[in-house]
Design a protein. Sequence first.
Length: 142
Amino acid sequence: MYKYIGNRILTYIENALLNLKMSEYHSGYRSFSRTLLAVLPIDRNSDDFVFDNQIIAQAKLYGFRIGEISCPTRYDKNSSSIGCYRAVVYGLGVVMTALAYRLRAWGLIYPHFLPRGVPGSSWAQPSETQAMEGGPPPPSGG
């Protein structure tokens, strides 16, 4: 039950701070375009569970479209390998990621995974491929 309640609370916080309307952030299933993976600075992300939340924050910051495809989530005893302690650590990491995004969007901080500026010179003008795959628009400031 704590996993379900934690998931709902974290999703609410993330939606508020990332200004998204996703139904869920924590299933672990993700699909990304090749352009997104080539452009985002994912090498700056954590090597832990919060990695995928950092990709979502990066994608949002750099203007990629974000959508969902629903999948069933089970909250039974054997459906997750993460225990209570690790779940709390993960939850705090998720909140810190979303808060870092919000502060970065306001230009107040520039965390390692959400650096100042934009990566690579291709951001000056989005390529035809980026435009077709929902890539980012040209940047509008730092």
